[in-house]
Each structure stands twice: as C-alpha cells, then as structure tokens.
Design a protein around this ligand. Structure first.
Ligand SMILES: C[S@@+](CC[C@H](N)C(=O)[O-])C[C@H]1O[C@@H](n2cnc3c(N)ncnc32)[C@H](O)[C@@H]1O
Length: 509
C-alpha cells in the first residue's frame, strides 16, 4: 500500500507517551499530486511552485461532515482522502478502503483534517478492535499488516523524502508482545456529565474530553490495578477533576511507571496547587494493591498546560526512583527522565545499535541525547571511553548513578543542549570515533547535523523514533561527507503508527 501522497515532512504526531494522543497536523500536506487543473468548482489556482491549489470555495468548512474514501495512510497514522475538488483530508480513524463520514476539524489552504463519525462501508482489511483505547488506533488492522505499513512508511520516508536510493533498508523487527507492553502510562482525570470522576485518556482529537478506561490493554495487570485503586480512592474522597476549559479543579494526571523486570511500580499523581491527603492515598495503595508501590509521588503544577513535566514533586512514600534491568545492567530512572516504554523491545533496539557501532574496545564513544545513559552504558564495556550529553539535569544525575551502580568506570556525562554541548564535549574529551544520536521526534535538525559532521566520527549510529525526521537529517549528514549504509526498522509500539529505526552512517574517506 502506498503511503500518503505527500505526507508531512515534519510529522508532529505525539511521542507514544501514555496514550493521550493529540491530533496529527500534517503541516506539509500540500496538493503535490492533486488531480487535474480544473475542479468541479471551477478552474484551480496554482501556488508559487505551479502546483494546483483547491479554490477557497471548494474547501469545506470546519464542522462540515464529508463522505470520503480513504485511499492510504499518512506518516503519523491518519488516513488520507480527497474531496471531489482534490482537497487533501487527513482522516483520524480511517484506514485505506474505508468509506467514512468524517467531521472537518481543521481547514488549511492546502489540506484539512477530519475525525471519523461513522464508517459507511468498512475496508476489507478492517478487523474488530479488541480494546476501546485511543492510544491503539491501528488495532483495527491485523498486526502483520501494521508491520507491512510501517515498513512501507520507513521506505517511503528514506527513499522519497530523504533521497536515499542506495541505503539498505532491512525488514522490520516485530514486537515480542502485541499488547500490555508499556512500562509507563500517563492518564488524565476528567468529569462525566453526571459529575462522576473519570480516569483515562483524551477522546480522539479532543483536548478537553476524557474517556474513562477500566482495562488499559497497553499496560500490565499491576499497572491497571494501581490506576483503578487511585481512581477509586480519589472518587471516594470527592476530589474534583481539572477542567481544561475553565482551568480549574484539582486532579490532572496520573503517571504509572513500572520496572517490568524488577517488579517495581511508581505512582505519581499530578494536580493543581492545593490541599490533598497524599499520605492517605499512599496508605490506601499499600493496603489494597497486591504489592505496595515502590514510590508514591505528588506533583503540583502551577501552569495551566497539559503536561506532567515540571511543577513541584514531593515523595509521599517510598523512593523517587524506579529501577529497570536492561542488557544485563540495572538502571535507575528518575521521575522525569526518559526511558523507553517497551522494555523488551528497547533491549532489542539497543542490541542492534550496539552491533552497528562495530566497537572493538578502544574507541571513544559519544552518546548524544543520552537520557539516563541507557544506550551508551550498555555498550561502555566495548568502548575505550564513553561520553554522554543530555539536556535534562536529572537524567544526567541518573546516568552518573547508573554508571556507578554497574561499576562502569570509563563513562562521563555532560548536562548540555546537544547544539552547544557537542563542541564542548569534543573540546574536553577529543574527537569521537563512534557517535550515537537518539533525539526526540523532531530529530537533529540542520544545526546539530552540522555539529555532528564537524565532530567527524568514523561512524554515526542514529536511533530514531521518527523516519520523517531521520530521512532529512541523514541527507544533511550525507551531504557533509557520509554514506548512509543501512536502516533497521524495529517495532516498539504495536497497535500504533509509531516505528523506531537504527541507521548507520560511515564517513567517506
Ligand atoms: C528519545 S530520548 C533518548 C534517551 C536515551 N538515549 C534512552 O534511550 O534512554 C531523547 C532524549 O533527548 C533529550 N533531549 C531533548 N532535547 C535535547 C537537546 N536539545 N539536547 C540534548 N538532549 C536533548 C531528552 O531529554 C531525552 O532524554
């Protein structure tokens, strides 16, 4: 199946965190392959590049319901359809072959977005969903088909968006578990029309409406039990949910995090600033859960934005840290530090990255965007020395502790922005022989690509959670004197459109 006609080059779909998806906004949708120059509504105008543009009158209004045939899937996971006038519509909830009625939620000059309200006739590929779960939008496709589409999208991004005609793209590594694979879930509190307290996820496309969940099939049984116990206690106490429109109310989010291999479980409740019997909650959890949580934390947020980062966090009971085991290491993870949310598949991903480094034991290895050190530390024994760079101070503290916990003595870590920290690290430690990058979804961007090429490592291993930013980043690095050899897609997030890749770039000469 072909990917979208002109999918977003800067795919802004949220990171697969906690199943609170926000709308995909394919900024670069364009009308690149819009059919015909004359539409049903009159002659098409053209943009500056001469591409046909749908006239204003033929662009449906926000709130209008359209009947659409979904033709393909865009990067980021939404269906792609066209109105009779050729206007591209990204359809949330549609898969190729569906005929749907969908309400327009966004109207731009070159494209629109719509949310499915009714499936008029289903795609022959569509299967029944096993869970009512907004964080698992691709569960309506068989898992084998999800893998095929991810493979096609990686190839489309690399070949078409990045122009990497010769790079070897290997078949995707499937996930070990198709459900209950997440070690971290972020839930949101809300209120039902009858005033009942809800704890679940944002309804698709809504920043305001929360859908309650009883069994989150991406979380473990223990994680579900923890969420249910917190919800029951908060409801019993008569605590209010935060109203995102009025910006008032108390309970905002619940973060449940687990060390899948250590059996540790952390509960962090995120609220507005106010009074709360947090110790009462911790006691309730200890008394009712089969295993008491390793830590109960309370974060009070001053800002109005929907985020679980920042604010003032206090330890209500137990410890602030969680431990997980990976690639033979025991790792400490702070409440705000990044850690891959699929432990089993993170081990596979890091194993592939380690193999691709080709380390022989003497090299200076840089780990850029190192988080709490997970990637680099799993390879430190194969390198002469390891230098990690990461912007979150707490993650660097974790990385230092993780080196100590695992008796790794050849590692150093620097808390800095990659853009400025890389030249500083080169000055302090010398040029890297091998450099790993593992940036967020936005990728490296032109400036960091330049810095990476200036550092001139013999080999770059790029761990990416977004092929549409990997592709242009790799093109920039190639332009600076490297060759993109190989890309290995890995599926860490079944039932979702997200795909990880490990890419290898070698310096020419
Ligand atoms: C995808 S995570 C990878 C973390 C780590 N490699 C791991 O696997 O656990 C990306 C990391 O980049 C960090 N980060 C984001 N922007 C950064 C920047 N401008 N400079 C350095 N680090 C940054 C984030 O805090 C996060 O820890």
């Amino acid at each position: 199946m072909a990917a979208a006609p002109d999918p977003a080059s800067a795919d802004p779909t949220p990171a697969p965190a906690g199943g609170t998806p926000s709308p995909a906004t394919p900024e670069a949708a364009g009308n690149g392959d819009a059919p015909g120059s004359v539409t049903a509504d009159g002659p098409a105008t053209a943009d500056r590049d001469g591409r046909p543009r749908t006239p204003r009158a033929a662009r449906p209004q926000r709130g209008e319901v359209l009947e659409l045939d979904v033709a393909s899937l865009a990067h980021g996971g939404n269906g792609v359809a066209r109105t009779p006038a050729g206007w591209v519509v990204f359809v949330r909830g549609g898969i190729p072959g569906d005929r749907v009625r969908a309400r327009v939620s966004k109207r731009k000059r070159d494209y629109g977005e719509a949310v499915v309200e009714e499936i008029v006739s289903p795609s022959p590929e569509r299967i029944d969903p096993v869970a009512d779960h907004p964080g698992a939008p691709w569960q309506v496709l068989p898992y084998a088909r999800q893998l095929e589409i991810k493979q096609e999208q990686v190839e489309d991004a690399l070949r078409r968006l990045g122009g990497h005609a010769d790079a070897e793209i290997l078949p995707i590594v499937p996930a070990v578990a198709e459900w209950r694979y997440r070690n971290k879930l972020e839930y949101s509190f809300g209120e039902a029309p009858d005033g009942a307290l809800l704890c679940g996820f944002h309804a698709p496309g809504s920043w305001q409406r929360i859908e309650h969940i009883e069994d989150c099939l991406l979380a473990s049984e223990a994680g579900n039990a923890a969420r249910r116990a917190v919800h029951a206690w908060c409801a019993e106490q008569g605590l209010s949910a935060y109203d995102r429109k009025l910006q008032q109310g108390f309970l905002r989010n619940l973060v449940v995090r687990e060390g899948i291999r250590t059996g540790e479980l952390q509960v962090r409740i995120v609220t507005s600033v106010g009074e709360f019997d947090a110790l009462g909650l911790a006691t309730h959890l200890s008394e009712t859960l089969p295993e008491p949580p390793t830590g109960v934390l309370w974060t009070q947020m001053h800002d109005v934005g929907e985020t679980t980062y920042g604010g003032d966090t206090e330890i209500v009971s137990g410890q602030a840290y969680l431990h997980e085991e990976l690639c033979g290491l025991r790792l400490r993870i702070g409440p705000e530090s990044f850690f891959q949310t699929n432990t089993e598949m993170a081990e596979r991903l890091y194993g592939i990255a380690a193999e691709y480094t080709g380390l022989q034991g003497w090299e200076r290895l840089f780990d850029l965007y190192c988080g709490s050190g997970a990637v680099g530390l799993t390879m430190a024994h194969r390198a002469g020395e390891l230098i990690g760079v990461e912007i979150v101070e707490q993650a660097i503290q974790d990385a230092l502790k993780n080196a100590e916990l695992n008796d790794i003595r050849n590692a150093r870590f620097l808390a800095a922005d990659a853009r400025t920290g890389l030249p500083d690290a080169v000055e302090a430690a010398g040029r890297p022989d091998v450099l790993i990058v593992d940036p967020p979804r936005a990728g490296l961007g032109p400036r960091v690509c330049r810095r990476v090429a200036e550092a001139s490592p013999k080999r770059i291993v790029y761990v990416s959670c977004n092929p549409t930013t990997l592709a242009p980043d790799a093109a920039r690095i190639v332009e600076a004197g490297y060759v993109l050899r190989r890309v290995q897609p890995v599926d860490l997030f079944p039932q979702t459109p997200h795909v990880e890749c490990v890419a290898v770039l070698d310096r020419v000469g």
